[in-house]
Write a protein that binds this ligand. Structure first.
Ligand code: XUL
Length: 513
């Protein structure tokens, strides 16, 4: 059996798979806000941070790890787990002192992880991916490197506020003594993996690419980027590796407390997006995942580390080899909900309108779908901009907003040079057939939805099975099945309407940014 964890922003979940039976055996999850209210982080982060700071308490993640394993070991015999892998929310960083390695090597199973590790940090809280407080550090890093283009061509992204390098730089400037006392900088993923393995594990390529520090050509930390980021940083990072390379056996704490076998091995953990790519069955180029959430994301496997010339997209490592792109759109559900509320309707009616609005209107009415600041493209929009050629009925406004969201995605993913053969739609709004049909039509590709909701934890379990010598493609054909009747074919009659709408959308966008 193979165990996958996902430590996301709001919860820690685990999925146990049995490869011989081709089944998910058990799942368990801990919601930070609901089950660990003492951390006063109802959505997984500490609210009210100043100047765009968003932090979370790493002790909350450890307490959740004990809790999720308590739940799981109550359901199944964990001695059958051969390999563990996992993923974490990307970019977040944990700063550990020189005690960390000796503490995790000798954990007492009669006590808790939290009680034993609370003295092992040089920074009590961790900046996470929602943090936007490092604008000046991004500029400093880019200047030291001779410009953003150089940072992007080496690391796959321009210097970005939430990325780990700028966050490390801010800490080294604000708390130089604590930075010097930091023995190692971990990501959320490598921190949790290290605790499980009983020794510091390296960061993997997939997640490491979200730091503005990994040189994608060499798959190694880039000396110049490290120097531009913070003093002696190279001494605080283990060499990066692949999440498919097991790093040794599980720590005795977990054997004695939760019944794991002595021979159970641990892989380096990766980021939630790379793990999701695996769990969605999308690790080969040609498949695209669109995740409709608070923010929408568009990600896809890429053979080469091509970078976005406009600097909006990111390149991460693909756990199956090669690379993946990730583009994040801030006005996802935010915008859909704003229009739904403006029209005073529910999701059912919203989706029905998208489906029933006349197909002859496809691409005829333009909306720049931004209700607030957007990151792709980067601009402080205040409200949507519309250019309608027909009477703006509610149904047409909904169609036009959705078309605008997916035209914007199509436009800003062109740098990847891929024509999607299949789009895997996931996230809250993905169940809606009306929305799915518009995605299929705008991209002129079939859309499918998968059975398993937690693609990152499933992806981690599949990484564990692959690291143990199983074939990933076979695993994906068993575990990443589309839900029955979920496939939506594109209406090929609308292909040319969306070709010209894309040109018109770009014209309207360029006139406003
Ligand atoms: C990706 C990103 C988020 C986090 C949290 O760049 O910031 O998707 O990984 O899930």
């Amino acid at each position: 059996m193979f165990l996958g964890f996902d430590s996301s922003t709001q919860s820690l979940s685990a999925i146990l798979i049995d490869n011989d039976r081709g089944e998910i055996i058990a799942e368990a999850s801990v919601n930070f806000g609901a089950e660990l209210p003492q951390y006063k982080a109802p959505s997984g982060f500490i609210p009210g941070g100043a100047n765009g700071e968003v932090h979370a308490d790493p002790m909350m993640w450890l307490e959740a790890l004990d809790l999720v394993l308590e739940k799981l070991s109550g359901k199944v015999d964990l001695s059958k787990v051969a390999m563990i892998a996992g993923s974490g929310q990307q970019h977040g960083s944990v700063y550990v002192n020189e005690l960390f390695d000796s503490i995790i090597a000798d954990l007492d199973p009669t006590s808790s992880l939290k009680a034993q590790l609370s003295n092992s940090l040089t920074r009590t809280t961790s900046p996470i991916w929602m943090d936007t407080s490092t604008g000046s550090e991004c500029k400093e890093i880019a200047n030291a490197m001779g410009g953003d283009a150089e940072v992007c061509s080496r690391s796959g992204s321009v210097a970005i506020e939430r990325f780990t390098g700028p966050q490390i730089r801010k800490f080294s400037k604000q708390s130089p003594k604590s930075y010097v006392a930091t023995d190692q900088v971990h990501l959320v993923s490598s921190f949790i993996a290290s605790v499980i393995a009983g020794k510091s594990l390296p960061i993997d390529f997939g997640d490491g690419a979200g730091m503005n520090l990994l040189n994608l050509k060499h798959l190694a930390w880039d000396d110049d980027l490290m120097k531009a980021t913070a003093p002696e940083l190279s001494e605080k990072l283990l060499p990066a590796t692949s999440c498919l390379k097991p790093q040794g056996t599980i720590g005795s704490y977990f054997i004695e407390k939760y019944g794991f076998s002595k021979s159970c091995q641990v892989c380096p953990f990766t980021g939630d997006n790379p793990a999701s790519l695996v769990g969605m069955g999308a690790t080969t180029p040609g498949q695209v995942v669109i995740s409709l959430g608070t923010s929408d994301t568009f990600f896809a496997a890429m053979a080469e580390p091509k970078t976005d010339p406009q600097g909006f997209g990111h390149v991460f490592g693909n756990p199956a080899g090669g690379f993946m792109s990730l583009i994040c759109f801030r006005n996802g559900s935010l915008a859909r909900e704003a229009l739904r509320d403006e029209l005073g309707i529910d999701w059912g009616a919203f989706d029905h309108s998208a489906l029933s609005s006349s197909k002859t209107s496809a691409g005829k009415n333009l909306t720049l779908p931004f209700y607030g600041a957007e990151i792709t493209p980067r601009h402080d929009f205040e409200k949507p901009v519309t250019e309608f050629s027909e009477n703006p009925t509610d149904a047409l406004r909904i169609r036009s907003l959705l078309e605008g969201q997916f035209l914007n995605m199509r436009l800003h993913s062109q740098w990847m040079g891929i024509a999607p053969q299949r789009i895997l739609l996931t996230g809250g709004a993905s169940k809606n057939d009306g929305i799915a049909q518009i995605v299929a039509d705008v991209f002129q590709a079939p859309v499918e939805r998968l059975e398993v909701a937690n693609s990152a934890a499933l992806g981690a379990a599949l990484i564990a099975a692959t690291a143990a010598g199983n074939d990933l493609v076979k695993l994906q054909s068993v575990f990443c099945k589309p839900s029955p009747n979920s496939r939506i074919e594109p209406d090929t009659n609308s292909a040319s309407a969306y070709e010209s709408a894309l040109v018109q959308f770009k014209r309207l966008l360029d006139s406003r940014i």
